[in-house]
Design a protein around this ligand. Structure first.
Ligand SMILES: CC1(C)[C@@H]2CC[C@@]1(C)[C@@H](OP(=O)([O-])OP(=O)([O-])[O-])C2
Ligand SMILES: [Mg+2]
Ligand SMILES: [Mg+2]
Ligand SMILES: [Mg+2]
Ligand SMILES: [Mg+2]
Ligand SMILES: [Mg+2]
Length: 532
C-alpha cells in the first residue's frame, strides 16, 4: 500500500492576494461610457439588415460579432437574419458560403441537414470531389462546419477527414495546429475576445465603428467582472479556508475566470459568483481527498457529508470541520436565494450533488491507497463525477430551468466526460507524479500497453466523439420546453462549460493558476488590464 503520510500538492501560492483583488479599479463604470456604448450599438444595429441578395457578408459579420464578444447586444437581429436565411435557403452554393451558413445556422439552432453538402461530393457519394482540394478558404470553413456534426452524420465525418488531410499540408503548421485544437465550435467566447479584437483591428476590412464598440464593450464588461470578482473574493476570505487549510489551492481569481466563459450573459452576475464559489469549494474538497487527508479521516469526512448533519462534525479534525461548515453555509445560502427567486427548495438536490461528489472522491482515494488500477471505463464511470462539473451544472440547473432533472441527464454526462478528459490531459502527469489515482491517460496505457502519445491521441478521439453526442443533445428540437429561453440558457451553459475546460487545459497544460501559461495571460487581459 501507498505510504499514508501527508502529501503536498506542490501547488504554487496565489498569484493575487486579497488586497490586490479589492484594489482593482477601472474608469469604465461611468455613465459617459454607457451612453457612448448605446450609441455605438445603435449604429452597428443598422448594419445588421436581412433583406439582402447575398447573405454571405452578413454571415461573416455575425461570426465577427460573436468572436469580438459583442454578439449578445444583437441577439434578436442575428436570429432574424439567420431565420430568413434558413427559410429562404438563399446562401450561395459555393463551398465557403454553404459551410459558413451551415455552421452559424446550426450554432443558433436552425438545423440545416448535412445533405446540403451532397453537391460537393463525387457521384458515388463516397468522398468530396478532389477539385475542392484547391479551395483553401472553402476547406477551412468546411472543416469548421464539420464540428457541428451529430451522431451518424457520415457526410460531416467525411468533410472533416477530407479537409484535415489537405489543410494539414497547405496551411502553415502553427496556425493550423491552433485551428485543429480549437475549431470555432469548441472555442469559448469571452476569454478569447481580446486576442480576436487585436486581430480584427489589423484587418483591411475592419469597420471602425465595430472596432470602437468592441474595445469599449470589453472594458465596460471588465468593470462588471471586477466587481463580481471582488464580491467572490470577500466571500472566499470570510470562509478562512486559506488560513485553516494551507495545502488547498488558493485560486479564487482563476475560479471566477472559469465562470466568465461558462455564464457569460451580462445579467447573470449572481450565477457567476455562485459558480465561482462552487469551483472554490470543489477545489478545496478535491485537494483534501487527493493530497492531504488520511484514508481514515476521508472516510469520516465522507460519512459526515452523507449525513449532512452538523452534529457529527465533532468527530472531524478542525480542517475538515471548517470545510464542511463552509460547504453547509454555501448550500443553505444558495437554497435560500433560489427559494426566494423560484419558489422551491433545492436543498435536497444540492446536498445530493455534494454527496455524489465526495463518494466519487472516496472511491478514487480508496483505489489509490490500495494501489488499484481501474480500467478506462471503470475510471470514467466515476471520474465524470469527480471532476466536479456536475456540482457546477446542478447549482446552475436550478437558476436556469423549470424542467425535470432527467431531461438533461445525457447532456450533463457527455459534457462532464469532456471536462474530465480535458482536465486529465492537462493535470494527470503532475497528479500521478505526486501520488493520485491513475487518470484516463494512465488507465488507457495500463490497459493497452500504449505509449503516452498514443493514449493522448485516443483521448482526443474520445473527446471528438463525445462532442458529437453533445451536439446531438444540444440540437434536439423537442418543443416541450415549458420555458424555452431558460432551457436555451442552460444548454448554452453546458456547452460553454465544456469549451471552458478545453480552454483552461489547452495544449495539454494545466492553465489553472499556473503563472506563465497562455491561459493566465488571457486571464490578466480579460480581468485585470484595461484594453487600449
Ligand atoms: C475546477 C476543477 C476543474 C476541479 C476542481 C479543481 C479543478 C481545476 C480540477 O482540479 P484537479 O485536481 O485537476 O481535479 P482532479 O483531477 O483531482 O479531479 C478539478
Ligand atoms: Mg463559439
Ligand atoms: Mg486534484
Ligand atoms: Mg481529485
Ligand atoms: Mg487529482
Ligand atoms: Mg486533474
Amino acid at each position: 500500500p501507498i505510504p499514508t503520510g501527508r502529501r503536498s500538492g506542490g501547488y504554487p501560492p496565489a498569484l493575487w492576494d486579497f488586497d490586490t483583488i479589492q484594489s482593482l479599479n477601472t474608469e469604465y463604470k461611468g455613465e459617459r461610457h454607457m451612453r457612448r456604448e448605446e450609441d455605438l450599438i445603435g449604429q452597428v444595429r443598422e448594419m445588421l439588415v436581412h433583406e439582402v441578395e447575398d447573405p454571405t457578408p452578413q454571415l461573416e459579420f455575425i461570426d465577427d460579432l460573436h468572436k469580438l464578444g459583442i454578439s449578445c447586444h444583437f441577439e434578436n437581429e442575428i436570429l432574424q437574419i439567420l431565420k430568413s436565411i434558413y427559410l429562404n435557403q438563399n446562401y450561395k452554393r459555393d463551398l465557403y458560403s454553404t459551410s459558413l451558413a451551415f455552421r452559424l445556422l446550426r450554432q443558433y439552432g436552425f438545423i440545416l441537414p448535412q445533405e446540403v453538402f451532397d453537391c460537393f461530393k463525387n457521384e458515388e457519394g463516397t468522398d468530396f470531389k478532389p477539385s475542392f482540394g484547391r479551395d483553401i478558404k472553402g476547406l477551412l470553413q468546411l472543416y469548421e462546419a464539420s464540428f457541428l456534426s451529430r451522431k451518424g452524420e457520415e457526410t460531416l465525418q467525411l468533410a472533416r477527414e477530407f479537409a484535415t488531410k489537405i489543410l494539414q499540408k497547405e496551411v502553415d503548421e502553427r496556425e493550423f495546429a491552433t485551428k485543429m485544437e480549437f475549431p470555432s465550435h469548441w472555442t469559448v467566447q469571452m476569454p478569447n475576445a481580446r486576442p480576436f479584437i487585436d486581430a480584427y483591428r489589423r484587418r483591411p476590412d475592419m469597420n471602425p465603428v465595430v472596432l470602437e464598440l468592441a474595445i469599449l464593450d470589453t472594458n465596460i464588461v471588465q468593470a462588471q467582472f471586477q466587481e463580481e470578482l471582488k464580491e467572490t473574493s470577500r466571500w472566499w476570505e470570510s470562509t478562512g479556508i486559506v488560513q485553516e487549510l494551507p495545502f488547498v489551492r488558493d485560486r479564487i481569481v482563476e475560479g471566477y475566470f472559469w465562470t466568465i466563459g461558462v455564464t457569460q450573459r451580462r445579467e447573470h452576475g449572481y450565477e457567476r459568483i455562485m459558480t465561482a464559489k462552487v469551483i472554490a469549494l470543489v477545489t478545496c474538497l478535491d485537494d483534501i481527498y487527493d493530497v492531504y487527508g488520511t484514508i481514515e479521516e476521508l472516510q469520516l469526512f465522507t460519512s459526515t457529508i452523507q449525513r449532512w448533519d452538523l452534529e457529527s462534525m465533532k468527530q472531524l479534525p478542525t480542517y475538515m470541520q471548517v470545510s464542511f461548515l463552509a460547504l453547509h453555509n454555501f448550500v443553505t445560502e444558495v437554497a435560500y436565494d433560489t427559494l426566494k427567486k423560484k419558489g422551491y427548495n433545492s436543498t435536497p438536490y444540492l446536498r445530493k450533488t455534494w454527496v455524489d461528489l465526495v463518494e466519487s472522491y472516496i472511491k478514487e482515494a480508496t483505489w489509490y491507497y490500495n494501489g488499484y488500477k481501474p480500467s478506462m471505463q471503470e475510471y470514467l464511470n466515476n471520474a465524470w463525477i469527480s471532476v466536479g462539473s456536475m456540482a457546477i451544472l446542478n447549482h446552475l440547473f436550478f437558476r436556469f430551468t423549470n424542467e425535470r432533472m432527467h431531461k438533461y441527464r445525457d447532456m450533463n454526462r457527455v459534457s462532464s466526460n469532456i471536462v474530465r478528459l480535458a482536465d486529465d490531459m492537462g493535470t494527470s502527469l503532475a497528479e500521478v507524479e505526486r501520488g493520485d489515482v491513475p487518470k484516463a491517460i494512465q488507465c488507457y496505457m495500463n490497459e493497452t500497453n500504449a505509449s503516452e502519445e498514443e493514449a493522448r491521441e485516443y483521448v482526443r478521439r474520445v473527446i471528438q466523439e463525445e462532442w458529437e453526442k453533445l451536439n446531438t443533445e444540444l440540437m434536439r428540437d423537442d418543443d416541450d420546453d415549458d420555458d424555452f429561453t431558460l432551457s436555451k440558457y442552460y444548454c448554452e451553459v453546458v456547452a460553454n462549460l465544456t469549451r471552458m475546460a478545453q480552454f483552461i487545459y489547452q495544449d495539454g497544460s494545466d492553465g489553472f493558476g499556473m503563472k506563465d501559461s497562455k491561459v493566465n495571460r488571457l486571464l490578466k487581459e480579460t480581468l485585470i488590464e484595461r484594453y487600449e
